[in-house]
Design a protein around this ligand. Structure first.
Ligand SMILES: Cc1ncc(COP(=O)(O)O)c(C=O)c1O
Length: 456
């Protein structure tokens, strides 16, 4: 993967000085987190329970004491407004009361038993109402839901290839960890750890918003599925051009290719994600993270037509066929999803969250204009993000070419030192149903402070 040089005109030595000061401030304010991280090195690889937890902007990770609503407190006693919200896993807010009550109740009634509960039916009905697809299956994670949807697509079409967007992220799904090289070849992303096979064998990659590239990728009819986020969210938000998603639908229909929408992040657009909001018609749909209110949960849905083909093509026994998981669809997860969708991530909640994201967006836009930096801010429903280029990008490569890791780390750490947590790896903020205007304004003030120090 080639990443073009940054277009940022930030004074690098000033940035380095500011970063050093922020790191120092963070270290002085967090002696307990530092001590815990040191202790953790003896039993956890690199002192963290998962490798990416070392990639935060801070010199060592914050250890959390407790989280509630849209805030958390670290072990050093500092309170943070949380716009990361577990990278969408806690979009419902930390510990929403209805979810906690349902989970406590279900824990006493049986956590997992390899048998269905009535909750599963209620959840299936609710998902159908939101996304329009009639039939659902459950997993532990969005990654698994994507993997299983791809397996089914290959099974029913008898085709081998998968199409994804350049700079997509759909979890740790082998086929999707691919990117376009400068010469147009497909190659493993440079962060792809120990790929099972060369992704060029399994995957065709097309730029977002490029209808002709998709047309070429589908032309030989050897593509089982096109797996997309309706808007890119993981390289930063990249919105579809008018008509792009209709063209994707049209081309996939004409070539008999299964269209899968991954709404794991784009659920921020509304209760039914972009699919529900814009009346889109995928053949399959995946969502995970949010829906369990923090309890592991993922799901994939399908049309009657796909379900019919799945039924006639399944082997006699599916339990060891590559689609499964002992805890997939387990009782605790379904109890959590049922109540989180019915009582927490409701249409009313979105009606509160989206105006908050608009407020966040306009606060950031105002700072960008006032401080004279050539950046812009984008929003998708309850999620907003700023980027280091003046106008919105049309595809992932354009977005990535303006990434500025040093600058991003500085802005994230400056926000942390002012009591605000942003989503790591990009400049994204997500609203929960309990986020407040004061929370949003706190971010605006922190952002202004950090940008002012940078531009002098
Ligand atoms: C769009 C999308 N799909 C799937 C996933 C995978 O989610 P998980 O890691 O919970 O399996 C992610 C994770 O960030 C995601 O952004």
């Amino acid at each position: 993967m080639t990443v073009a040089p940054t277009t940022s005109t930030v004074d690098r030595s000033r940035l380095a000085r500011l970063m050093a000061a922020e790191r120092d401030r963070f270290a002085r304010a967090h002696p307990r987190s530092r001590a815990l991280h040191e202790r953790a090195r003896a039993s956890l690889l690199d002192g963290v329970p998962m490798n990416w937890m070392n990639e935060w902007a801070s010199p060592f990770p914050l250890f959390v004491e407790s989280a509630s609503g849209a805030a958390f407190t670290c072990v050093d006693g500092h309170q943070y407004v949380d716009f990361c919200l577990g990278d969408t896993g806690a979009m419902a807010g930390h510990g929403p009361a209805p979810t906690i009550a349902a989970v406590e109740r279900q824990m006493r009634r049986g956590i997992t038993h390899m048998l269905p509960t009535e909750d599963a039916i209620a959840v299936g009905e609710e998902l159908t109402g939101r996304f329009g697809l009639p039939l659902w299956q459950f997993t532990m994670t969005a990654t698994d839901a994507n993997r299983f949807a791809l397996r089914l697509a290959r099974r029913i079409t008898g085709r081998s290839k998968v199409v994804v967007h350049d700079y997509c992220y759909h979890g740790s799904v082998d086929e999707t960890l691919a990117t376009l090289a400068a010469d147009g070849r497909v190659e493993a992303t440079d962060l792809n750890i120990g790929p099972a096979v060369d992704p060029a064998l399994t995957t065709r990659v097309v730029p977002f918003n490029d209808v002709s590239a998709l047309e070429r990728a589908l032309a030989d009819k050897d593509v089982a599925a096109v797996l997309i986020e309706p808007a890119l969210t993981n390289v930063g938000i990249v919105l579809p051009d008018a008509g792009y998603l209709d063209a994707v639908r049209d081309l996939t229909r004409r070539t008999g290719t299964v269209l899968i929408h991954d709404e794991t992040h784009t659920i921020c657009a509304g209760p039914g994600g972009m699919t529900g909001r814009d009346g889109l018609e995928p053949d399959m749909l995946v969502i995970g993270k949010t829906i369990g209110g923090g309890i592991p949960a993922g799901t994939y849905g399908m049309t009657e037509a796909i379900a019919g083909r799945v039924r006639t093509s399944m082997p006699d026994r599916a339990d060891v066929g590559g689609i499964g998981g002992t805890l997939a669809g387990y009782a605790l997860s379904l109890a959590a999803i049922r109540v989180t969708l019915a009582e927490v991530l409701t249409a009313d909640a979105f009606a509160r969250m989206i105006p908050l994201a608009e407020r966040w967006e306009s606060g950031v836009r105002d700072v960008i204009a006032r401080r004279g930096v050539a950046w812009h801010v984008t929003r998708l429903g309850a999620r907003a993000e700023y980027h280091f280029l003046a106008t919105p990008p049309r595809d992932g490569a354009e977005q990535a070419s303006h990434a500025d890791h040093e600058l991003e780390l500085y802005l994230h750490l400056a926000a942390m030192n002012r009591g605000v947590l942003m989503t790591p790896f990009h400049n994204m903020a997500l609203m929960s149903p309990v986020t407040t205007e004061a929370d949003v304004d706190r971010h605006t003030a922190a952002f202004d402070d950090a940008v002012a120090a940078l531009v002098g």
